[in-house]
Design a protein around this ligand. Sequence first.
Ligand code: SF4
Length: 274
Amino acid sequence: MIVQFCTIVAIMDLSSRVFELISKMVIWGVCGGEAAAHTPKPLIFETSVLDLSTLSEQGGQWMKTAEEARNQGVHGGFTRDGLRIGVYVCHCGTNIAGVVDVDATAQYAAQLDGVVVARHYAYMCSDPGQALIKEDIRAEGLNRIVVASCSPLMHEATFRRACAEGGLNPYLFQMTNIREHCSWVSDDPHAATQKAMALVGAAVRRVALQEPLEMRQVGVQQAALVVGGGIAGIEAALRMADAGKHVYLVERQPSIGGHMAQLYKTFPTLDCAA
Ligand code: SF4
């Protein structure tokens, strides 16, 4: 591939504030791409990121919190006229249902203000599971959907698509994670169920506030800005140039190369660094 490398811009007096802002933009972009590349791993954790013993001891408190959320949150002014919310609690086989009481969680959801349908089902991401959502949107006139299942990284797009296919704006959907955040990190069914209820209650209150959004497509210039002409900056610029991007490499010194350009020879080959 022909390397379309890059315009080198030497900027002597670019203020540190501008450098800081540009650096934050670049770092944000890199981190976002990195995170998006990772998918959740189907691991059963031996220990919890939560203090499970504390969670277990405070099981009653979780229930109280869930009740308070229902009584003070949903009934306390968050609802608006016309809300018709459907809540779907996924079993994920025994991944969730083996620990969380999915029937009790669905019954809890059914009492929440604005909820007109609350179901639990074996595999919500399966075709029959998605069909449940689509049919209920049409038959029950649902205008908000909550799915309590796994990580949104795994299936948020799946359920948004199901909502759209059912005739609902896909952004009137909220997913809450009762697998990685409840059943996979607890062997206490009582505490896990209470936390699942609290998460479902929060998701119902949140989805009640969501607005329909419309997607737009905008043209993106296939170009990148690399700040710093040291070895890392040069390498990053070359890689993007190899990928066909037009790259702007910004260096405040008169020449590129960074610290490496100041060295005579490098270990272990003793090649000339410059
Ligand atoms: S939606 Fe998620 S939690 Fe439910 S069956 Fe599919 S992978 Fe499992």
